[in-house]
Design a protein around this ligand. Sequence first.
Ligand code: KG4
Ligand code: ZN
Length: 320
Amino acid sequence: MITLGIETSCDETAAAVVSGASKIISSIISSSLSLHKRYGGVIPEIASRAHLESISFVVERALKRAKKTKEQIDLIAVTRSPGLPGSLLVGTSFAQALSFALAKPLIEVDHVQAHLYAAFLQKKKPRFPFVGFVISGGHTELFYVKDFLCSTLLGTTLDDAAGEAFDKVAKILRLGYPGGPAIDKISQQAKNKSVSFGCARMKDSFDFSFSGVKTSVLYFTQDARKMKSLTNKDIAYGFQNTVVDVLVEKALAACKHKKTRTLVIGGGVTANLLLRKKLAEEAHQNGIDVFFPEKSLCVDNAAMVAGLGSWLYQHKKGGK
Ligand code: KG4
Ligand code: ZN
């Protein structure tokens, strides 16, 4: 089965062709990030206009690279939600029109679940059930996933998402947008690794709160600027370390709570090197198998949408 995936939930216009439920034949991502940079965040109106301008081209390109014609598509999968309403509307309208014109089935998928599906696009696939952890600019959500038709939310952020905290701290440190990659990069050059920040632990809960740590960084930075021995690199390192510790702690606690030895993570923040390193080390020590998507599949892409769409279509058809 050949599935065309379409993703337009935020600032990436993406299309991909996937064979079966996991073989990526092509994946095209066009980002409007450069248009948002000067504003320090994604501007919804600019994002939806950029989707409108590039969606036809991106879909054509994905098909061309996959050496498939529109008629060879068996299924169209599109991100339904969550995301920016105007941006989602461009993707879903385009997919609906294509589905109608070609008389091909259409399946709408959840963007957050699609981030978890990214790990299934790799050679070594996770087994159900697992604890799924989506860490992105809009989400910090822990799930217990029996399968993609049945998952339970274990915890979520009560304020900022982890990626949002990276972006806001990067703004404080004047590192530009998006902040995650910049913080990841400069923290590796930190000389003073003694800086640390308090972060709400939300004891006995799988919920998160990152707005406090962001405020701590703001106040600390105002003082630290007077202290000549500390640099932005040291502060970025301290912030990243604090957030990563909380993410790793909760992820492992959720696995323990659900008596699961499989942890699947996804979302833009999953690209963070320290997070990958710490999670891999601690999971190994606790006998947990952790599945990271490769870096190109951590950020928003349409291959994860096509893959999940194909999986759902096949399993729903199976009468589940
Ligand atoms: O999944 P994604 O592309 O879009 C959403 O669905 O939100 O995630 C984007 C988020 C941004 O907040 C960005 O700063 C963060 O992921 N991010 C990172 C890294 N790369 C991207 N955060 C920390 N370290 C990174 N290397
Ligand atoms: Zn995303």
